[in-house]
Design a protein around this ligand. Structure first.
Ligand code: GAR
Length: 184
């Protein structure tokens, strides 16, 4: 299997889905976070996965990212999977891991890059929403699309109900796409 390092910032439900679906295609070798209090870190530790936590506050982005790259390399990561990682990666980080960083985003890209995706889809009157997995490049949420799942937007949906419907599909989509990506 390919070795995958996962970056999270919070809850980590996509990370959990990736860990639970690990197979012949990929294994999760480290979970790293910019937020030492991220709930997902405790879950990873309890599941025997090495973790790395460091806040960029005080040390600056370059030193922080260099430390993350160090932790990923030490763990032997070949692929970096962003899972609810809420910071922009620098051009330098993207160059270091060129073509080997993937991300899940809660919209039907190229629609609704950035934040607040569900409310924006509802406000636009869209009938469908969804999630996308893509390769990370220097441009936000714009790299090669690897997979996408569509869900309906139901009458009466708010951002919370729609997010829950999309999230359930994220948990199916990401492991499948990561396994395909690891095999290519
Ligand atoms: C997920 O919906 C993910 O797609 C989104 O944050 C949530 C994280 O949940 N990511 C982004 O918005 C990236 N810009 P999780 O921590 O439970 O996986």
């Amino acid at each position: 299997p390919k070795s995958v390092g996962i970056l999270i910032s919070g809850r980590g439900s996509n990370m959990m889905a990736l860990v639970e679906a690990a197979s012949d295609a990929y294994e999760v070798v480290v979970v790293a976070s910019d937020n030492p209090a991220a709930p997902g870190l405790a879950w990873a530790r309890e599941h025997g996965i090495p973790t790395f936590a460091l806040s960029p506050k005080g040390i600056g982005k370059a030193a922080y990212e260099a430390a993350v790259t160090g932790a990923l390399r030490e763990a032997g990561a070949e692929i970096v999977a962003l899972a609810g990682y809420m910071r922009l990666l620098s051009d330098e980080f993207v160059a270091t891991w060129r073509g080997r960083v993937v991300n899940i985003h809660p919209s039907l890209l190229p629609k609704y890059k950035g934040l607040d995706t569900h409310q924006r889809a509802i406000d636009a009157g869209d009938l469908e929403a969804g999630c996308s997995v893509h390769i990370v490049t220097e441009e936000l949420d714009a790299g090669e699309l690897l997979g996408q799942t569509t869900v309906p937007i139901e009458p009466g949906d708010d951002a919370e109900t729609l997010a829950a419907r999309v999230l359930a599909e994220e948990h199916r989509l990401y492991p499948r796409v990561l396994a395909d990506f690891a095999a290519r």
